[in-house]
Ligand binder design. Structure first.
Ligand code: ADP
Ligand code: MG
Length: 229
């Protein structure tokens, strides 16, 4: 199976990279680093020469370029040479009123297919940040159907995907998503029982056809982005 480096050395060292043409799920609380993970993966994908699309539902592209600048990633240069594009899903991004929200979901004709259908033909890598913005008012059954179909559509197009789902979305939805994807990582904060200090840890919950550690992996967010320590 071909692999793609996710751009976090410590993770690539352990896993050999993410399986290509498959979908990975990243979950976690607000501020845990999901978006930074997504941007770091997008940059890594570009460095490896893959056409990459970052779908953003919460922040606009300019904020994401700015976040990248704090790590000296110069994401603009990848956009300029045609490797990286940002797709802002307006409306949802602005956390619009309930009414507008349901219109937007209505326009998706009962599926998440919009995410895949609107991608340029030659797209190789996609980051969806964050699918939780599209779960309002869905029943667990509807969510499962849509999510499964999304993962299937991405696989049929041989696209490597990183799908972000926030913890504000119910546990039930998080568990449904976990079953459908090829691999999943959870970002969290926990108290270190020895030092009593809070630290960031990541759990590689699953990655098919890959040997993964059972222990939590400690990481920090520093001037290089997400760094395993
Ligand atoms: N340049 C930086 N250096 C160190 N930490 C940073 C930097 N930029 C952001 N952070 C940290 O990352 C957090 C935001 O991460 P983000 O990926 O946006 O979280 P999420 O998408 O999970 O809500 C901030 O709360 C801050 O703690
Ligand atoms: Mg985010």
């Amino acid at each position: 199976m071909k692999r793609i480096k996710c751009g976090i050395e410590g993770i690539d060292g352990i896993t050999n990279g993410f399986p290509m043409g498959r979908s990975m799920l990243v979950t976690g609380d607000a501020g845990s680093g999901k978006t930074i993970f997504g941007l770091q993966f997008a940059r890594s994908s570009c460095i490896q020469g893959y056409k990459t699309v970052y779908i953003t539902t919460e922040e606009d592209a300019s904020d994401l370029y700015t976040q990248g600048d704090t790590f000296n990633w110069d994401l603009k240069s990848y956009t300029e040479n045609g490797l990286l594009s940002f797709n802002e899903l307006a409306g949802v991004r602005a956390r619009v009123t309930e009414a507008e929200m349901s219109i937007d979901i209505g326009s998706m004709k009962g599926s998440f297919s919009k995410f895949v259908n609107e991608l340029p033909e030659d797209t190789q890598t996609v980051i969806i940040d964050n699918i939780g913005s599209y779960t309002a008012k869905l029943t667990p059954y509807e969510f499962r159907d849509r999510f499964d179909l999304l993962i299937y559509d991405l696989k049929m197009r041989d696209i490597t995907a990183l799908v972000i789902l926030d913890s504000a979305t119910s546990n039930e939805f998080n568990e449904i998503a976990l079953f459908s994807v090829y691999g999943a990582l959870r970002l969290m904060k926990r108290e270190n029982p020895y030092t009593g200090r809070r630290e960031r840890v990541m759990d590689i919950m699953k990655m098919r056809s890959t040997k993964t550690p059972t222990q939590f992996i400690s990481y920090e967010i520093n001037s290089n982005g997400i760094t395993v320590i």
